[in-house]
Design a protein around this ligand. Structure first.
Ligand code: F6P
Length: 320
């Protein structure tokens, strides 16, 4: 293999730059030429592809976002769009592509692989929702943002004896909420994996807490479970305690990556290059028990399920 491409796709995640940097630097070390694709699969389709050298990635490891740009590109579901994208790569002699992104990006990489164009998936998403890896790039940074937000909310809600509902991202994965609720000492947690959404049960738990003497509380909840502003009204009506909802939103996606994310991204980007050098395409990279691993990308998407960390969830319940 002589030439490889790299792109970032889907929702950006802190540490994506560190992953691309590792792909470029390790690729050059291995004697490869490395091409960067701007704006994810959209740029692949339009041919927004440029050769990178080691200086293209200088001063990027500490930066949030992705200097290559990212996009959601639903048109990539169309086979003719993917054929044109593959043509863009073939015209330039680019033989394989490293895709840094989340679930949707993996789907694009899988489809290209099925069409005979080898891709390697590197998990880059704050959601931590990819099968075959304990951690995704960006999760740790986002988690620290959420934890800090909870700390700040605790200051003000304890001053005012209020209940604070904090809605966090994660799409349909409760990991950000679960980890942040433990780290932030939240009183209540709602995540999609634990139980079916039951507002009456939460209200009862809060009432029980008040009966035991709680005068303020933090409720952490994963997005898409319920309307948090309506929930705040209902809690206030039921308990008589002022209740406010805070949706953290895209703040969670920004900022300089933590050390953990930079190192994880550097390891994964380098590993993806090594796999291509060994002639392995159609793989996705993960980390399990601190060891880098790779899986067949088709199997990973079709058969592997991300296990729910029930032990961690049970711990959160014991500490509330
Ligand atoms: O996948 C990352 C993520 O931030 C999710 O947590 C969230 O549901 C989604 O992206 C938001 O997407 P967008 O930035 O396109 O609104």
């Amino acid at each position: 293999i002589k030439r490889i491409g790299v792109l970032t796709s889907g929702g950006d995640a802190p540490g994506m730059n560190a992953a691309v940097r590792a792909v470029v630097r390790s690729g050059l070390q291995a004697g490869l030429e490395v091409y960067g694709v701007n704006n994810g699969f959209a740029g692949l389709h339009s041919g927004d592809i440029h050769k990178l050298d080691r200086y293209s990635v200088s001063d990027t490891i500490n930066k949030g976002g992705t200097f290559l740009g990212s996009a959601r590109f639903p048109d990539f579901k169309k086979v003719e769009v993917r054929e044109q994208a593959i043509e863009q790569m073939r015209e330039r002699g680019i033989e394989a592509l490293i895709v840094v992104g989340g679930d949707g990006s993996y789907m694009g990489a899988k489809k290209l692989t099925e069409m005979g164009y080898p891709c390697i998936g590197v998990p880059g998403t704050i959601d931590n929702d990819i099968a075959g890896t304990n951690f995704t790039i960006g999760f740790d940074t986002a988690l620290n943002v959420v934890m800090e937000a909870i700390d700040r909310l605790r200051d003000t809600c304890s001053s005012h004896n209020r209940i604070s509902i904090v809605e966090v991202m994660g799409r349909h994965c409760g990991d950000l909420a679960l980890w942040a609720s433990i780290a932030g000492g939240a009183e209540f947690l709602v995540i999609p994996e634990a139980d079916a959404w039951d507002e009456a049960k939460l209200l009862q738990q809060i009432q029980d807490g008040i009966a035991k003497g709680k005068k303020h509380a933090i409720v952490v909840i994963t997005e898409h479970v319920t309307d948090v502003n309506a929930l705040a009204k209902n809690i206030e009506g039921e308990t008589g305690l002022e209740t406010r909802a805070t949706v953290l939103g895209h703040i969670q996606r920004g900022g300089s990556p933590t050390c953990r994310d930079r190192v994880l991204a550097s390891r994964m980007g380098d590993y993806a290059v090594q796999l291509l050098v060994e002639g392995q395409g159609g793989r996705c990279v993960g980390i399990l028990a601190n060891k880098l691993v790779h899986h067949d990308i088709i199997e990973a998407l079709e058969e592997m399920v991300r296990p729910f960390d029930k032990e961690l969830y049970d711990l959160s319940q014991r500490l509330f």
